[in-house]
Write a protein that binds this ligand. Structure first.
Ligand SMILES: *[C@@H]1O[C@H](CO)[C@@H](O)[C@H](O)[C@H]1NC(C)=O
Ligand SMILES: *[C@@H]1O[C@H](CO)[C@@H](O)[C@H](O)[C@H]1NC(C)=O
Ligand SMILES: *[C@@H]1O[C@H](CO)[C@@H](O)[C@H](O)[C@H]1NC(C)=O
Length: 421
């Protein structure tokens, strides 16, 4: 058995050897960003979704040096106009812009004069951002209706450490799907056996800490034929989970409609949503192993993005006055009070970075119809008084919920969970 000293020595040696690098196909910029040109050009959401399909995201730019280096990278790739990972929303003539990696409102910017633009249309409140590279320097950013024009785009993944033996190398971790473990014939098994197999590889069953990581895992399983995997989580109280690798349970992508009680969690690899299962269920699984000693693995704080601060708010529902960003919750005006006040309301919901916005109606007790709309007065979905358990996935990153509460007086109202997809 090696002494603690030997182990420490090996640990230090390994981490000093670990070299910051990018996954195959990505270029390292300024030693801290991994970028790749998206193939072709298209409207903003098309290019953003192309980045997502390879587990990446449109590039976020958080300082001048990175802005210059990315402009330079674009120019070398013969790209002069490109979408970047900033999403803007405009409410009553005020525009707020967010980083698409869910790290919150942008701090650094490089806006052209009169940008970001301001919008006053209730239904068109989102703006996409593009940058241009000039001959010698980066040109300023501009906002535009992202569906109206086709540009190129630059995709980004987090940096990682070199490990030639690792096929799925992301953000300092190696991901090993059960059906690709060499020499292991049980590609599907119970939670305890799955964790024992991962441990034998010096790994744990996977823990997930951000939407970006969840999307990356979806991309691993894209063409695999595997539709469900057990995650490395166990309940210590009903519906309350810990990750088996000891990391904090700081992110959740659970199906808002899940009513099952089980001590394990599984992920559906198509939608990416998690739900509870019995730990004895046979399932595919995913092992995850730390590479090197990347202590600063990006842990994204999605709680920062919940609400665009509403102006003149007379009710926490944000009726007519707010944009609710996914992940978040929309409730009807006066929800929880009785009798419910009579109001005509429009709620705007949105997701970042080409994520489609989805609405899960977990409660509904209303006297008249509720409409989901993308254009004024053209409902794409209608829900009446008693319908629950319905959800709507918008084709793009924004949608509107419209409801008049004139017949709701003695009812409960509704609640919608807003998820990014
Ligand atoms: C825009 O936001 C600023 C700061 O939050 C606020 O002072 C101002 O009144 C807002 N303008 C409008 C038109 O809502
Ligand atoms: C899992 O193993 C079974 C039995 O060996 C095999 O038929 C199946 O194709 C494997 N699944 C995947 C996704 O490789
Ligand atoms: C609500 O919709 C359901 C399903 O379409 C229908 O069966 C029911 O009669 C409707 N109720 C009202 C009050 O319109």
């Amino acid at each position: 058995m090696p002494s603690l000293f030997t182990l420490l020595l090996i640990g230090c040696f390994a981490s000093s050897l670990a070299e910051v690098t990018c996954p195959d196909g990505f270029t390292l910029i300024n030693g801290r960003k991994c970028v790749q040109m998206a193939v072709g050009q298209g409207p903003h959401d098309f290019i953003a979704q192309e980045c997502k399909s390879i587990g990446a995201r449109l590039v976020t730019i958080k300082n001048q040096e990175d802005n210059d280096a990315i402009s330079d990278f674009a120019k070398k790739s013969d790209c002069y106009t490109y979408w970047i990972g900033v999403s803007c929303f405009s409410l009553n003539g005020n525009t707020t812009c967010y980083n698409d990696d869910y790290s919150g409102p942008i701090i650094y910017n490089n806006w052209a004069p009169n940008h970001p633009r301001k919008l006053t249309d209730k239904y068109k409140f989102s703006l996409s951002v593009y940058a241009e590279s000039g001959w010698n320097f980066a040109l300023p950013w501009k906002t535009v209706d992202g569906s109206s024009i086709a540009y190129q785009g630059i995709c980004e993944v987090p940096t990682t450490f070199a490990d030639p033996s690792c096929k799925y190398n992301y953000n300092g971790y190696c991901y090993i799907p059960s059906h690709e473990i060499p020499g292991v014939t049980t590609n599907s098994t119970t939670y305890p056996k799955a964790q024992a197999i991962c441990r034998s590889l010096n790994a744990n069953m996977v823990s997930i800490h951000s939407k970006l990581e969840n999307d990356y895992i979806k991309s691993i399983y894209k063409d695999s034929g595997v539709s469900q995997i057990t995650l490395g989580a166990q309940a210590f109280q009903p519906h309350v989970f810990n990750w088996v690798d000891g990391s904090s349970f700081d992110y959740s992508y659970r199906d808002p409609f899940d009513t099952f009680t089980g001590n394990c969690l599984q992920m559906y690899t198509i939608r990416g949503l998690w739900e509870e299962i019995n730990c004895q269920v046979f399932n595919y699984f995913l092992c995850q192993k730390k590479i090197g000693d990347k202590s600063e693995n990006v842990r994204l704080d999605e709680s920062k993005t919940n609400l665009v601060v509403p102006s003149d708010l007379s009710d926490s529902s944000g009726c007519n006055n707010a944009i609710v960003l996914a992940p978040g919750t929309v409730t009807s005006f006066g929800y929880g009070t009785s009798p419910l006040p009579v109001v005509d309301c429009l709620w705007r919901v949105a997701a970042l970075g080409g994520d489609q916005v989805s609405i899960y109606f977990t409660e509904m007790e209303i006297g008249d119809w509720l409409f989901v709309e993308l254009k004024p007065n053209v409902p794409v979905r209608r829900y009446n008084g008693t319908m629950t358990g319905f959800h709507y996935v918008a084709p793009g990153s924004t949608a509107m919920i419209v409801h008049s509460s004139d017949s709701d007086a003695n009812m409960k109202g509704f609640k919608g969970v807003i998820m990014p997809y």
